[in-house]
Design a protein around this ligand. Structure first.
Ligand SMILES: NC(=O)c1ccc[n+]([C@@H]2O[C@H](COP(=O)([O-])OP(=O)(O)OC[C@H]3O[C@@H](n4cnc5c(N)ncnc54)[C@H](O)[C@@H]3O)[C@@H](O)[C@H]2O)c1
Length: 334
C-alpha cells in the first residue's frame, strides 16, 4: 500500500483505512446505482456499528446540478444528520464533486471522505479539495474548495469499470506528466500495454505517481492562485467541448483533445516538434481522441472559470514536464 501525507491511501482491499477518520455515529454514503455492489457491501460491514444511510444520485454529468444538491440536503435533513456526521463519496468524479459540494455547505461543512471508484477520480478528482456542480452555461461554475479528511483509493474498484471510462482517466495521467514530470511521461510510454490491461502493480504505481504530483501542487497552492493552474492544461477547451457536446463526450476524452489544441501555441513557447509528436502518440496509444470536434465548442469558451479581468489564463508547455501559464488577451479568442 502507498500512503501520501497522512491522508491519501492507495492499495487493494483497503477501505477500512477510513475508520480513524469517521468519528461520529452517523455515516452517509453517497453513490450511484450503476456502481457495482462490491465496495458498498464492504462499507456496510465496516460501518455495521454506525447509523448508515445510503443515498443514490443519478448517473452522468447532468447529476452535477442544484437538483441533486437539493435532494442531498433533503436526505441529510430527513436523517437528522448532525455536525459530527460523515459524508462518504463512493463513486467517480461526478459523485465526488457533488457529494463534496453538499458536504461543504450542509451545516456549514461536515466531515467528508473520498472513496473514488474510477481511474479519473483516483488520479485527479478525489485529490485537492475542489467540489463543483455545473451551470447551464458552463461546467463546474459553482463550487467550493473543501478538503476531504481522507482519500481512500482502492484499485480493486477498477475491475468493473468500463474500458471507455478507464481510458478517459488516462488523459488526466498524461496531463500531469506533461506539465510536471518528463520521467513519468517516459515511464507511461514504456508501459502502455500493461496499463491498458490494468496490470495491478503497474496501475498502482501509475496512480501513486500521478497523485503524488497532484498533492505536491495542491499543497503549494490550494486555492489556485498560481502553480495549481498548471493542472488545467487542456481543460479550458475541454470544458467548452463537453458543454457543447451536451456531455456526450467524457471529461477525459475532452481533456485529451484540449491538450492537443494547446500544443500548437505551446510550440511558440519552446515546445519541440518531437515533444508534440510524443504527446499525440501517447494519447493515441491509449486510445484517446486527438482530433477536435466540430460542435461549436468555441462559443462556450467565454464562460470558463479561468477568465480574469485581464484575459484568459491558458496553460501551455515550454517543454515536456514543464507547464507554464500564459495570459491570453480576451480579444484573441473570438
Ligand atoms: N474535483 C476535481 O478536482 C475534478 C478533477 C477532474 C475531474 N473532475 C470531474 O470528474 C467528473 C468525471 O469523473 P469520472 O470520469 O469519474 O466520471 P463519472 O463519475 O461519471 O463515472 C463514469 C461512469 O462510471 C461509473 N462507475 C463509477 N465507478 C465505477 C466502477 N468502479 N465500476 C463500474 N462503473 C463505475 C459511473 O456510474 C459512471 O457511469 C467530471 O464531472 C469532472 O468535471 C473533477
Amino acid at each position: 500500500m502507498y500512503k501520501i501525507e497522512p491522508l491519501i491511501y492507495i492499495g487493494q482491499n483497503i477501505l477500512e483505512q477510513c475508520l480513524p477518520y469517521v468519528q461520529g455515529r452517523q455515516v452517509c454514503v453517497v453513490t450511484q446505482k450503476e456502481i457495482p455492489d462490491l465496495m458498498l457491501q464492504k462499507l456496510k460491514n465496516l460501518f455495521s456499528s454506525k447509523t448508515l444511510n445510503i443515498v443514490y444520485i443519478p448517473e452522468g454529468e447532468t447529476a452535477k446540478s442544484w437538483a441533486t444538491v437539493e435532494y442531498l440536503m433533503d436526505q441529510f435533513v430527513a436523517a437528522k444528520f448532525n455536525r459530527e456526521c460523515t459524508v462518504v463519496a463512493l463513486g467517480g468524479g461526478v459523485v465526488g464533486d457533488v457529494a463534496g459540494f453538499a458536504a461543504s455547505i450542509y451545516l456549514r461543512g461536515v466531515n467528508f471522505i473520498q472513496m473514488p471508484t474510477t481511474l479519473l477520480a483516483q488520479v485527479d478528482a478525489s485529490v485537492g479539495g475542489k467540489t463543483a456542480i455545473n451551470h447551464a452555461q458552463g461546467k463546474n461554475l459553482i463550487g467550493t474548495f473543501y478538503q476531504a479528511t481522507s482519500v481512500i483509493i482502492d484499485i480493486d474498484s477498477l475491475q468493473t469499470l468500463a474500458q471507455r471510462d478507464y481510458i478517459a482517466g488516462l488523459a488526466e495521467v498524461v496531463k500531469i506528466a506533461c506539465v510536471r514530470d518528463a520521467d513519468f511521461f517516459a515511464w507511461l510510454e514504456q508501459h502502455v500495454e500493461t496499463i491498458l490491461v490494468r496490470e495491478s502493480g503497474t496501475v498502482m504505481q501509475m496512480i501513486h505517481q500521478a497523485v503524488k504530483l497532484k498533492a505536491q501542487i495542491v499543497k503549494a497552492d490550494e486555492k489556485e492562485q498560481g502553480e495549481r493552474m498548471l493542472l488545467n492544461f487542456g481543460h479550458t477547451v475541454a470544458h467548452a467541448i463537453e458543454t457543447a457536446s451536451a456531455y456526450d463526450c467524457l471529461h477525459g476524452e475532452a481533456v485529451a483533445m484540449g491538450m492537443v489544441q494547446a500544443l500548437a501555441l505551446s510550440q511558440e513557447h519552446g515546445l519541440s516538434v518531437q515533444a508534440v509528436q510524443r504527446i499525440i502518440a501517447l494519447l493515441q496509444g491509449f486510445g484517446l481522441p486527438t482530433q477536435l470536434p466540430e460542435n461549436g465548442w468555441q462559443k462556450h469558451m467565454a464562460h470558463d472559470k479561468k477568465h480574469r479581468d485581464s484575459g484568459l489564463n491558458r496553460v501551455l508547455l515550454a517543454g515536456l514536464g514543464q507547464g507554464m501559464i500564459h495570459l491570453e488577451a480576451l480579444a484573441s479568442e473570438e
